[in-house]
Ligand binder design. Structure first.
Ligand code: ZN
Ligand code: ZN
Length: 436
């Protein structure tokens, strides 16, 4: 949904050389603000001069543009050079700063640089894009040159875009990365992160620049708790990474540390991931509502390792860092083996995966899947049961309903035989819908 506002102002020649402001209201939940403006630059000669050139010598009217946030700070200025500008949480026209489109009174800054003797009418069109549920694909575990990866942040963002991803978390070993240093690549949200890397286990702290003030080092569980608690208090999303990876398993007691997600799918599907899925299932069976996450642990391209292998597919209300991480935190996400892997939707009434609904004897789950291959096996997993629902007869789509016999949770695994002779492996994992 998009709101369109039109504003108009007439500037008199006596106002030449002064600045003024045009206020407009921005409601809640706007993801992007765009402004376009037009006026007659050479009324008497009737020749259109495009923006982007220094043409003021020839122009009889020159009106400058700027934008002021509700808190009075400058969101950007562009002189008379740009006739259209736009900003969002993750992207902005050069000369403007990206940032949240906070609700309140914004102001267009009008600079009357040069006004001809008849005066000039300037027309502004403001477009406000509302946040709406979108499916975004990304990778939550990526290393750069700052640790043992081989790519710069910019190279990673461009590679992500090429692979069909819309977000990327930068998670270098014990290196904090500031969101200010992040390159801006349109269409890719870079999430600041750190992979807290300790001899006893690895964890990602995502979405903030500085999860703790001290060095990462800890020699006791108490010190580790301090780092985790500090990250939690500052708003980081905490993920427990590759808990069964042979050379870097997680040996702290999980019950003693705060965390939001478990990374049950790290890089190619293998035994350590299958064990992690088992641990997650055990936690779900115990009544915990813990979402999972997935990431490639990308350092460089090697056989079977690539950005988006696996891909986290998140339903979020915008592509801002905080909205993406909220989607992950709420379990509104599934993972596939690659960016172009199969897709799934789970619904119980209005509930989507990650949500909780009250259970009754009529409770049902609707499963919609796409990108299935002949031979794929769709399994529904609850606290007490793992049932093959469907063996896909031919490539394509599927919609089916399944009755939920008892309270608890229901999630889906799609198994695929990637190569003849190999065992079937998860090609897609969903978060559960919880039936309370
Ligand atoms: Zn690690
Ligand atoms: Zn890693």
């Amino acid at each position: 949904m998009q709101d369109k506002l039109n504003l108009e102002i007439h500037i008199d020649p006596s106002q030449q050389g002064s600045y003024f402001t045009l206020p407009f209201k921005v409601p809640e939940n706007i993801s992007r603000l765009s402004i376009a403006y037009e006026y007659s630059r050479r009324p008497e000669k009737d020749i259109k001069i495009p923006g982007g050139m220094f043409t003021s010598q020839m122009e009889e009217n020159v009106v400058d543009l700027g934008l002021i946030r509700p808190d009075g700070s400058q969101a950007g200025v562009s002189g008379s050079d740009k006739l259209e500008i736009s900003i969002s949480d993750t992207f902005s026209t050069q000369g403007y700063q990206s940032g949240p489109i906070t609700p309140g009174e914004w102001n267009i800054l009008v600079g009357a640089y040069k006004i001809c003797k008849q005066g000039v009418t300037v027309r502004y069109t403001i477009l406000l894009d509302h946040k709406q549920m979108i499916l975004l694909k990304g990778d939550l575990h990526v290393h750069s040159l700052a640790s043992d990866g081989i790519h710069s942040l910019e190279e990673l963002a461009i590679k992500a875009k090429r692979n069909g991803l819309q977000f990327l978390a930068i998670t270098d070993h014990n290196q904090m990365v500031s969101s200010v240093e992040m390159p801006r690549v349109p269409g890719v949200t870079l999430i600041p992160g750190i992979e807290w890397t300790h001899y006893q286990g690895h964890a990602n702290f995502l979405g903030i620049d500085k999860p703790y003030d001290e060095p990462f080092v800890t020699n006791t569980l108490e010190e580790a708790q301090k780092r985790f608690n500090s990250a939690r208090q500052r708003g980081a999303l905490i993920t427990i990474n590759h808990p069964f990876e042979e050379i870097a398993s997680f040996r702290f007691d999980l019950d003693q540390l705060p965390y939001d997600c478990i990374e049950i799918w790290n890089g190619p599907m293998r035994v350590s991931n299958i064990k992690a899925i088992g641990l997650w299932q055990k936690l779900l069976v115990s009544g915990r509502k813990i979402p999972f996450c997935a990431g490639s642990d990308y350092h460089r391209d090697t056989p079977f390792i690539f950005l988006g292998g696996p891909t986290m597919c998140v339903t979020a209300i915008s592509d801002s860092v905080s909205d993406i991480l909220d989607g992950i935190r709420n379990g509104h996400a599934y993972a596939t083996f690659a960016p172009n892997g199969p897709m799934i939707e789970l619904n119980a009434g209005h509930a989507i995966m990650g949500d909780s609904v009250p259970w009754n004897e009529n409770s049902e789950i609707t499963i919609k899947a796409e990108g299935l291959l002949s031979g794929d096996v769709l399994q529904l997993i609850t606290g007490t049961n793992s049932e093959t629902l469907y063996q896909v007869p031919m490539d394509g789509k599927l919609t089916m309903n399944y009755k939920i016999a008892e309270s608890g949770f229901a999630r889906v695994e799609l198994l695929r035989s990637f190569l003849p002779g190999l065992p079937m492996l998860p090609a897609l994992l969903s978060n559960p819908i919880y039936f309370d």
